[in-house]
Design a protein around this ligand. Structure first.
Ligand SMILES: Cc1cc2nc3c(=O)[nH]c(=O)nc-3n(C[C@H](O)[C@H](O)[C@H](O)COP(=O)(O)OP(=O)(O)OC[C@H]3O[C@@H](n4cnc5c(N)ncnc54)[C@H](O)[C@@H]3O)c2cc1C
Length: 419
């Protein structure tokens, strides 16, 4: 690519997901020129987690975006229940958390990202380029100096930057281009992602359905259910040799209200397989490049906490790097400081996910445990939920995570009117 044709910015953020959009907005509010590249034409992608956790809502309040956020269509989750054939057990009651944002909001992620893009539009230092996919890094010796990109219409170009931030998710091309090798942990499952029509008489909100070897989470999106069925890792090719109708018939065994829709899927093409990864980079940076969110530590969907972790990475990075960026001197020590700050919460959350994979999901998906057959919750869960001193712990971990990053003063604004 032509090195003379490169545009210039202070920070080039690659990936307009939760980490990238929050980071871009906050740095722009510090007066730092930021360009965010997003490979898709819009945010309306079907696969985006929908959970917005209390720390993210606190952050939106701090950024002055609380009123606009609360005006988005959303549902609240205040409790987390674990189903058993003998009933269900409340494992976390988020209402016990302090502050007004003591629930998880279920918001289509494209609405949240659009809101951040609109807020970014109001910042002179913020540029968002949609349909622009980073394809590689630009180097000067061992220092990353920018990215090469291609656009949806076949164009190519380059951006030079003082700092490139890879927020391009769990398949990050930039971390690979920087030869940063993650340590991977085994995951027992992949996810089938598909839609089923929803009727008014169905349950509403989030619903979990558990059959003998599969667990599904159904997200209520008004006139359809977005379904995520957990399947045993690697079992997809063999399962696809069976008629697709069996998938919904299986679901209807635990959700009989779906029995009138078992022919809703006409082909396996309507069922997307999402490869679940759990990994973590030992080092999140090289000179001139920092990885954040899933690009630094790919998260399993278990617990629905990856978005919150990615957003908290962005807050820490904005706070720690705005000063050096404004001074025009971001050192590798500055970049290492971000990882040091975010290492503990990442390791703890991934550790919990690994335990849940090994002790809960793997035996269940391999058919060694009948999820529908257990009449009592496991002992640790009973202790946790019945001991007053411990009862708040799951709510704290699920709702707020391990460390909440303070919002930098330069990013704070008074509540902005909706519009
Ligand atoms: C099946 C599944 C379900 C999940 N459900 C949940 C959930 O409900 N709640 C939750 O909290 N977490 C969930 N997670 C985890 C969650 O998706 C991630 O932890 C979170 O999205 C990470 O945010 P991010 O901003 O780092 O990356 P992403 O959300 O992956 O965003 C990356 C962005 O970069 C863009 N991009 C990628 N490559 C390029 C490129 N080369 N150039 C330009 N742009 C690029 C992508 O289009 C995307 O917009 C789930 C994960 C899986 C696998």
């Amino acid at each position: 690519m032509d090195s003379t044709a490169a545009d210039r910015t202070s920070v080039c953020v690659v990936g307009g997901g939760p980490a990238g959009m929050f980071l871009g907005l906050m740095l722009a509010r510090a007066g730092i020129a930021v360009t965010v590249l997003e490979k898709h034409r819009d945010f309306l992608r079907d696969f985006r987690g929908d959970t917005v956790h209390p720390p993210t809502m606190d952050l939106l309040d701090d950024l002055g975006l609380g009123p606009a956020f609360r005006a988005l269509p959303q549902r609240r989750i205040e409790q987390v229940q674990a189903p058993f054939s003998g009933g269900s057990l409340r494992v976390a009651d988020l209402r016990a958390l302090p502050g007004p944002n003591n629930f998880v909001a279920m918001v289509p992620q494209w609405d949240l990202l659009d809101l951040l893009a609109r807020a970014g539009d109001r910042e002179p230092a913020f540029t968002l380029r949609m349909s622009t996919e980073a394809v590689g890094l630009r180097w000067s010796g061992h220092q990353v100096t920018g990215v090469d990109y291609r656009t949806e219409d076949g164009g190519t170009g380059a951006i030079e930057a003082d700092l490139v931030v890879a927020c391009d998710g769990r398949g990050s091309v930039l971390r690979a281009a920087a030869h940063l090798q993650p340590r991977s942990y085994p995951t027992p499952m992949d996810v089938w992602w598909y839609r089923v029509p929803r009727h008014d008489s169905d349950p509403s909100g989030i619903t979990a359905l558990i059959s003998r070897r599969r667990a599904a989470v159904l997200i209520d999106r008004g006139d359809y259910w977005q379904v995520a069925t957990l399947i045993s890792k690697g079992s997809d090719p063999a399962a696809r040799r069976e008629p697709v109708g069996g998938l919904l018939r299986d679901l209807a065994t635990s959700g009989p209200w779906l029995a009138d829709r078992t022919d809703a899927l006409s082909s396996w093409d309507e069922v997307k397989t999402l490869d679940v990864k759990l990994d973590r980079l030992p080092r999140w940076h090289v000179d001139g490049l920092l990885c954040l969110g899933d690009a630094a530590h790919a998260m399993s969907p278990v617990g629905g906490v990856g978005i919150n972790l990615a957003v908290q990475d962005a807050v820490a990075a904005a706070r720690l790097l705005a000063g050096p960026l404004r001074a025009g001197r971001v050192s590798t020590q500055d970049l290492a400081r971000v990882r040091r700050r975010r290492w503990l919460p990442t390791v703890v959350v991934q550790g919990v996910q690994r335990v849940l994979h090994a002790k809960g999901l793997r035996p269940a998906l391999e058919g060694r445990v009948d999820l529908t057959g257990s009449t009592r919750p496991p002992l640790p869960m009973r202790i946790l939920t019945r001991t007053p001193l411990l009862r708040r712990l799951p709510a704290q971990v699920v709702g707020r995570g391990v460390v909440t990053e303070p919002t930098p003063d330069f990013a704070r604004r008074a509540p902005e009117p909706i519009g």
